[in-house]
Design a protein around this ligand. Structure first.
Ligand SMILES: *Cc1c(COP(=O)(O)O)cnc(C)c1O
Length: 229
């Protein structure tokens, strides 16, 4: 049996993304891959970069420091924080990551605003929402979204780009379609109700990204399908 190279895996993913976008009547190229490298070596990250990927995701600050602090990614690549961010690690995180996708509580909003003010530079963020409910612990309760958006709106140094969610891991990705649809409908409601642009919807992983794209994902966070398990 032929062993697939990383480049072949990335090509396969790109094709599946364009097919899913096509099914949803969306333009090819409207979806960004965030290569989740939390289990990958730095050499594998560099291989993915060489294959054309420009967005990388880590879920733990210490891992990101070990992999990238001494040897930053090229300037045209972005590092995304996708895991729960402890307030006491936020300072390290804003020095390392270009986007914080996992803003989920008021204390973190306030700490990031303080750090952004100190740097005099707005920090790009996503609000992570726990659309799936009990099965997922990460992200804010949908009932807390309005309060968090008020705090983010009042913050001068947070650049709110959109919403993020994690769907539960299930055998049949159709089962989590309502989670993805829920995040898009939440975004649509906030657009209409609060006049927010919220261009980014970060949702979908290796097992379910085509369904997430059909439901409007602009960013898919893919780990295993690129780097193996
Ligand atoms: C690990 C992780 C992913 C990628 O999951 P895969 O199943 O490896 O594609 C995406 N999002 C978050 C928040 C993760 O922690």
């Amino acid at each position: 049996m032929a062993i697939e190279t990383m480049e072949q895996r990335i090509t396969t993913i790109a094709r599946a993304i364009n097919e899913a976008a096509g099914r949803a009547g969306r333009a090819p190229g409207s979806v960004t891959v965030v290569a989740v490298c939390k289990t990958a070596t730095r050499a594998a990250v560099d291989e993915a970069y060489a294959a054309g990927l420009r967005h990388f995701g880590e879920n733990r600050v210490p891992d990101a420091i070990a992999k990238f602090a001494g040897a930053p990614l090229p300037a045209d690549a972005d590092l995304h924080m996708i895991g729960q961010l402890q307030t006491n690690k936020a300072g390290k995180a804003v020095g390392l990551f270009q986007v914080i996708e996992s803003v989920d509580r008021l204390s973190l909003v306030h700490e990031l605003e303080r750090l952004g003010a100190r740097r005099e530079r707005a920090i790009p963020v996503l609000l992570q929402v726990n659309v799936a409910g009990e099965e997922q612990k990460a992200g804010c309760d949908p009932a807390d979204v309005d309060g968090l958006l008020d705090a983010i709106a009042a913050a001068r140094y947070l650049d709110l780009q959109g919403l993020m969610t994690i769907a539960p891991l299930v055998a049949d990705p159709e089962e989590v379609r309502p989670v993805f649809r829920g995040l898009r409908e939440l975004r649509d409601g906030l657009r209409a109700g609060r006049g927010l642009a919220l261009p980014v919807l970060s949702m979908g992983m290796s097992n379910d990204y085509p369904v997430a794209i059909e439901e409007g994902a602009t960013h898919v966070r893919i780990g295993r399908a690129i780097f193996g398990s």
